[in-house]
Write a protein that binds this ligand. Structure first.
Ligand SMILES: Cc1cc2nc3c(=O)[nH]c(=O)nc-3n(C[C@H](O)[C@H](O)[C@H](O)COP(=O)(O)OP(=O)(O)OC[C@H]3O[C@@H](n4cnc5c(N)ncnc54)[C@H](O)[C@@H]3O)c2cc1C
Length: 452
């Protein structure tokens, strides 16, 4: 039998790599993980966690305004960006330490440098070679900025988390969830914010009612949303950036943030030398068990371009550990994966959109409600919450739940369990609501909005 240094060598200690490594070690495997940048990967360092902290920060402005109508008089208001960033960095350092401890306690060897694949069983790190029965590629993704005149002045989400000062004016380019979230963050913190998207409407792939409701809510907050346009050139004049758009308009800004997509971190990884097949965009091609075209090399998470979400990378990591070292071949599931957009207000979704359900030839009943949240009956804020159920008329099964409104993610997480259980509209109706909440609307919608 061949002898290897490790049973598993993981490249990348992000969401997926850490879970796969820890679980494999817990099943008795000898595991090493290489990390070239930061323990915890994108989510902990430049993704979900710092993003959500900034989202919290951005909501205080409205909360202070609203507090007045509940009888509060607040003192002078000032926002200190440097303090927010320093506190956020401190929390991230704490989390980096937790990840180090989790891996160490599980007996996983950490190699802190860039790793590359030499052959199906060999990895090189700083000139040192390690052999492994299996190699797991969990290298994540990196923001991609298209090349155009002046594109060197653009920043990405990576830099947005550590800007030295809060920009007075910012342009966000891109209509995905990261762009939408940063538009809410910078606007909420006081920056004049423009968001550009080349398509008709942002958040492609989400239910159309989420997309249109959120656009309305963002416009009410005076975020300058512009669709069907993009940046043609950026010039720097006297320290200010000037963007010329494809529709001929010009906008000045202190920062221009591109959130126009992410590409797998696979260049410089040597995968092709080992015979691993990649998609045109650099993502690793894998089968249902996350195995690449080479039997001993697996890949999970963002670098496989399946669903770029932390819990999905974690589920894929756990599935690989079960498959390789726990005698339980496991395919991760991609149905009814709930997800939230931490926009202002939040959006969340699970299951099929109305548009997907119709494309899949379901005859659907739609239940939809749009209402002013109780809190804003006193504040007078013109904000609406939208909730929607997509129901299969033939079986009564709830195919999709969609929401725009405060705490949407917290609410839809629970509904995801119901969808996984195959809950029907009748079972939603039989569920007693918690009063007074927004969430109770999901179990009290009785009027069909449309038939088809
Ligand atoms: C701004 C932003 C906000 C996000 N918000 C959310 C959210 O709210 N909810 C959600 O579910 N998802 C969110 N995501 C997505 C989520 O962060 C990713 O899907 C998740 O981190 C992917 O995990 P991963 O293990 O595939 O990769 P990563 O977590 O990126 O880890 C990959 C690791 O590999 C390391 N690495 C790369 N190449 C090498 C090499 N050759 N040698 C050694 N190490 C290497 C990298 O340094 C990195 O640490 C967000 C992403 C961004 C950018």
């Amino acid at each position: 039998m061949a002898h290897y240094d490790f049973d598993l060598f993981t490249i990348g200690a992000g969401s997926g790599g850490v879970r796969a490594s820890r679980m494999s070690a817990s099943f008795g495997a000898k595991v090493a993980v290489a990390e070239e940048r930061y323990l915890g990967g994108t989510c902990v360092n430049v993704g979900c966690i710092p993003k959500k902290l900034l989202v919290y920060a951005s909501h205080y402005g409205e909360d202070f305004d609203d507090a007045a109508e509940f009888g509060w008089t607040a003192g002078e208001r000032r926002f200190d960006w440097a303090k927010l960033i320093a506190n956020k960095d401190q929390e991230i350092r704490r989390l980096n330490g937790i990840y180090r401890k989790l891996l160490g306690d599980a007996g996983v060897e950490i190699v802190e440098s860039h790793a590359a694949v030499i052959d199906p069983h060999t990895v090189t790190v700083d000139g040192k070679r390690f052999t492994a029965k299996y190699i797991l590629v969990a290298v994540g993704s990196w923001p991609r900025v298209p090349k155009f005149p002046g594109s060197e002045y653009a920043i990405t989400s990576n830099e947005a988390f550590c800007l030295p000062v809060l920009p007075a004016k910012i342009i966000i380019v891109g209509g995905g969830y990261i762009g939408v979230e940063f538009a809410g963050i910078f606007h909420g913190l006081g920056a004049h914010t423009t968001q550009l998207h080349r398509g008709e409407l942002f958040l492609r792939g989400f239910d159309d009612d989420i997309r249109t409701t959120l656009a309305e809510e963002m416009r009410k907050r005076e975020i300058d949303l512009r669709f069907k346009t993009q940046i043609a050139t950026i010039d720097k004049v006297n320290g200010k950036l000037s963007a010329t758009l494809t529709d001929g308009n010009m906008i000045e800004a202190d920062q221009i943030l591109f959130a126009t997509g992410r590409a797998a971190n696979t260049p410089d990884l040597g995968l092709k030398n080992a015979g691993v097949k990649l998609k045109e965009n650099g993502a690793v091609i894998v089968d249902d068990f996350s195995k690449s075209s080479v039997d001993s090399i697996y890949a999970i998470g963002d670098c496989t371009d399946r669903m770029m979400l932390t819990p999905v990378a974690i589920a894929e990591g756990l599935a690989v550990a079960n498959t390789l070292f726990n005698n339980k071949p496991t395919k991760p599931g991609y149905e009814n994966v709930p997800t939230a957009v931490f926009s202002t207000p939040n959006c969340a979704t699970v299951g099929l959109t109305e548009q997907q359900a119709r494309r899949q030839k379901y005859h659907v009943d739609i239940y939809r409600t749009l209402f002013r949240p109780l809190r804003h009956t006193l504040t007078g804020r013109d904000e609406r919450t939208m909730m929607k159920l997509v129901v299969d008329r033939a079986t009564g099964r709830v195919l999709g739940c969609h929401m725009v409104g405060a705490e949407a993610g917290e609410i839809v997480q629970g509904l995801a369990v119901a969808l996984i259980c195959g809950a029907t509209k009748a079972q939603f109706d039989a569920t007693v609501g918690i009063h007074p909440t927004a969430a109770e609307e999901f179990v009290t919608m009785r009027t069909k909005a449309a038939r088809n």
